[in-house]
Design a binder for this molecule. Structure first.
Ligand SMILES: [Zn+2]
Length: 175
């Protein structure tokens, strides 16, 4: 993840480099956990077949608005895919959805989870480019619109309708 400058009245001082490390580790742990039953390796290798990069912000050029969506992906049939996560969107979400009594530490962890979960969602689009994963109505799922819900930052998520599709697409993790 690239070092970014982010500040919010909700947490006061800008996010520190140590906190960026925690955000990065929390996001990676979230991805590892989501795919724990499958024979996949989560790596920092930029040459990976499927990849998601965290960028400071995403701008939809058609709308000319900043920070209006959390992630996007391109899949290359039979080869792999690449996608992006909008840091600014997730950081704003973590601030907005944080309960009043949440500590800075808890908000930083929530931001890491939020980023990891959008990355998981983008990997899902790359692995299953034709699947209607947005049909899920489960607020606690990776398939749904987690970045726009408090569940995307606090609490646990699970696979919903994409579970069986992933089982068909990926090998199980060897025992
Ligand atoms: Zn999606």
């Amino acid at each position: 993840m690239v070092p970014l400058s982010y500040q919010s009245p909700r947490i006061g001082d800008p996010i520190t480099s140590d906190e960026y490390l925690i955000i990065d580790q929390t996001a990676r742990a979230e991805i590892v956990n989501a795919f724990r039953n499958f024979d996949v390796t989560v790596t920092a290798n930029r040459g990976a077949r499927f990849k998601v990069e965290v960028v400071p912000e995403l701008t939809d050029n058609r709308l000319i608005r900043k920070g209006t969506y959390a992630g996007e992906s391109r899949a290359v049939a039979g080869f792999g895919g690449s996608g992006f996560v909008n840091f600014e969107y997730l950081a704003n979400g973590a601030m907005v959805f944080a309960p009043d009594d949440a500590t800075r530490e808890q908000i930083i962890a929530a931001l890491g989870r939020g980023i990891g979960r959008v990355a998981i969602h983008e990997f899902l689009h790359q692995l299953l480019p034709k699947a209607a994963i947005h049909d899920s109505k489960d607020r606690d799922s990776y398939e749904g619109n987690s970045p726009a819900l408090i569940e995307g930052y606090f609490g646990d998520l699970h696979w919903d309708i994409a579970g069986p599709w992933l089982e068909a697409r990926l090998k199980p993790r060897p025992e």
